[in-house]
Design a protein around this ligand. Structure first.
Ligand code: PLP
Length: 425
C-alpha cells in the first residue's frame, strides 16, 4: 500500500498515532513507559530511566503516589463527576476552587476549571475578547504573544504560538484572526507593536513568565514589569500562561509572585495535579468577572461549559496534591534545587565547549548546544545512559525533574548530560 502522493511504502504501526512526531522517525523506536516510582520511570523493554523532564513538565511530586490514587478511588466511589457550569455543580470542584482562590496569583479571583493547558488558553483568550466586547470596545480583539511561545494546540493556542511549524497546513496563517507576535525579550518591541497595531485594537498580551518549549528562556530583568506597564498604560489585559510555572516550579507558588507582576488572567494545568488527573483552568480577576455577577436580568452569560469542567475526580486529586505540596514543603525545596541546578549547569558550561549556553529559572533548566550538535542525538545518548531529557527549540535540552528528586540525582543528571554531549560532539 502507498499513500496518495508521497513515494514510499506506508509503514504499519501501532494504532496509537504519535501525533506530534514525524511518524517514520519514531516508529519502531518508541519508548513505552509502563510504570513510575518517584523520579524514575520504567519502559516495557526493561529500562529504568531518571525522569529528568518530569514527563511533560508535569510530574512534580513524582510518580506512583498512592495518596493520589486513593483520592481518585474515594471520589469515584462517591461520585465520578457532575457538570459544574450552570444550576448543577459538584462539591469537590467547589471546594477546589475555594482552595485555589486562597493561593491565587490574582486577588479575589473567580476560577474556571477545565481539562488541561490548551483548554485554559482558549478560555483566557476568549475571555479577554469578551471583556472588551462587553465594554463596547469591539475593536479590541488582537492577542499579542512572543516569538517561540508555546500555548498548547487548541485553536487559540495554535494561532498565538510563536512556533510557526505548529500552524502549518491548516489553510491560513492563523486559525483565529488578529494575532501578532513580538521578539523574545524586547519590551521596546512590545511598545512599538502596541503603537503600530493601536491599543484600540488589542485585547491582551499573553506570555509564559519563563518560556518553556521555546527553549527554557527566563525573563530578562525588568521585562515582565515593563510589559505589565505597557498593558496598564494602554488598557490592555495581561495574560500570564503559568501552565508550566504554576504550583511551585519556580520556587514560589506562581511565577507572578516571583517576578512581582499582577496579571488579569492566569492559566494553569500540569502542576495542579502533577498529572495524576487531566485538569487545567484560569484565574480570572474581578475586573473581568464582576460584569457577569451583577444582579440584573441584563447581566451577560459567558457561555463556556464543557462536560468535564470541574471534573470531581480531578478536583479531588488536585486537593490531595495541594496537601502534598504543603506537607512535604516542596515549594521551598524547589528554591534549593534551583541553586543546585544552577551550580551544576554553570560548571558544565565552563567545562564543555560544545555547550553554547545554559539558563536556569526556578527548577527549570535549558542547555543549548553548540551549532552542529543535534539535540535529539544527545537525548538519545542520554537514554542509553539511563536519563530522560527532551530536545527543545534551538538545540536546547530540557531539564525539569520532579521536585522530590535529590541533590545527588541532579548532580548525576548533569554529569550524564556532560558525558552525552562529549560523546556526540
Ligand atoms: N501553555 C504552556 C506554557 C505549555 O507548556 C503547555 C503544554 O506544554 C500548554 C499551554 C498546553 O497544555 P496542555 O498540553 O495541557 O494542553
Amino acid at each position: 500500500m502507498t499513500s496518495n502522493d508521497i513515494p514510499g511504502a506506508v509503514i504499519a504501526g501501532p494504532a496509537l498515532w504519535p501525533a506530534q512526531a514525524h511518524v517514520p522517525s519514531v516508529l519502531g523506536r518508541q519508548l513505552v513507559i509502563d510504570r513510575g516510582e518517584g523520579s524514575f520511570v520504567h519502559t516495557t523493554d526493561g529500562r529504568r530511566l531518571y525522569d529528568g523532564t518530569a514527563g511533560l513538565w508535569h510530574a512534580n511530586v513524582g510518580h506512583g503516589r498512592p495518596e493520589l490514587a486513593q483520592a481518585a478511588y474515594d471520589q469515584m466511589m462517591r461520585l465520578e463527576t457532575y457538570h459544574t457550569f450552570a444550576r448543577f455543580s459538584n462539591d469537590r470542584a467547589m471546594e477546589l476552587a475555594e482552595r485555589l482562590a486562597g493561593i491565587s496569583p490574582v486577588p479575589d479571583p473567580k476560577i474556571i476549571l477545565n481539562s488541561g493547558g490548551s483548554d485554559a488558553i482558549d478560555v483566557a483568550c476568549k475571555l479577554a475578547r469578551r471583556h472588551w466586547q462587553r465594554e463596547g470596545r469591539e475593536g479590541k480583539k488582537t492577542i499579542i504573544s512572543r516569538e517561540f511561545a508555546y500555548h498548547g494546540l487548541h485553536a487559540f493556542g495554535t494561532s498565538i504560538a510563536g512556533l510557526d511549524f505548529n500552524r502549518e497546513g491548516y489553510g491560513s496563517a492563523s486559525l483565529v484572526p488578529e494575532t501578532v507576535r513580538v521578539p523574545l525579550h524586547d519590551a521596546d518591541a512590545v511598545a512599538r507593536t502596541v503603537a503600530e497595531v493601536g491599543a484600540e485594537n488589542i485585547a491582551a498580551i499573553i506570555t509564559e513568565p519563563i518560556q518553556g518549549t521555546g527553549g527554557v528562556n527566563p525573563p530578562e530583568d525588568g521585562y515582565l514589569e515593563a510589559v505589565q506597564r505597557i498593558c496598564r498604560e494602554n488598557d490592555i489585559l495581561l495574560i500570564l500562561d503559568e501552565v508550566i510555572t504554576g504550583f511551585g516550579r519556580v520556587g514560589s507558588m506562581f511565577a507572578a509572585e516571583r517576578y512581582g507582576v499582577s496579571p488579569d488572567l492566569v492559566t494553569f494545568a500540569k502542576g495542579v495535579t502533577s498529572g495524576y488527573a487531566p485538569l487545567g483552568g484560569v484565574f480570572v480577576s474581578p475586573r473581568i468577572w464582576q460584569a457577569f455577577y451583577v444582579d440584573s436580568p441584563d447581566t451577560p452569560v459567558l457561555r463556556h461549559g464543557a462536560t468535564y469542567a470541574g471534573h470531581a475526580t480531578a478536583a479531588a486529586v488536585a486537593l490531595r496534591h495541594l496537601d502534598i505540596l504543603d506537607d512535604e514543603k516542596l515549594v521551598p525545596r524547589v528554591a534549593e534545587l534551583e541553586t543546585v541546578l544552577r551550580t551544576q549547569l554553570d560548571g558544565l558550561a565552563e567545562r564543555v565547549d560544545a555547550v553554547a549556553d545554559v539558563r536556569v529559572g526556578g527548577f527549570l533548566g535549558g542547555v543549548t548546544l553548540a551549532e552542529g550538535l543535534a539535540a535529539d542525538k544527545v537525548t538519545d545518548r542520554l537514554v542509553d545512559l539511563g536519563f530522560i531529557s527532551r530536545p527543545l527549540r534551538g538545540g536546547t535540552l530540557q531539564i525539569s525533574p520532579p521536585f522530590i528528586t535529590t541533590d545527588d540525582e541532579v548532580v548525576a543528571f548533569v554529569a550524564a548530560i556532560e558525558q552525552a554531549v562529549v560523546d556526540e560532539a
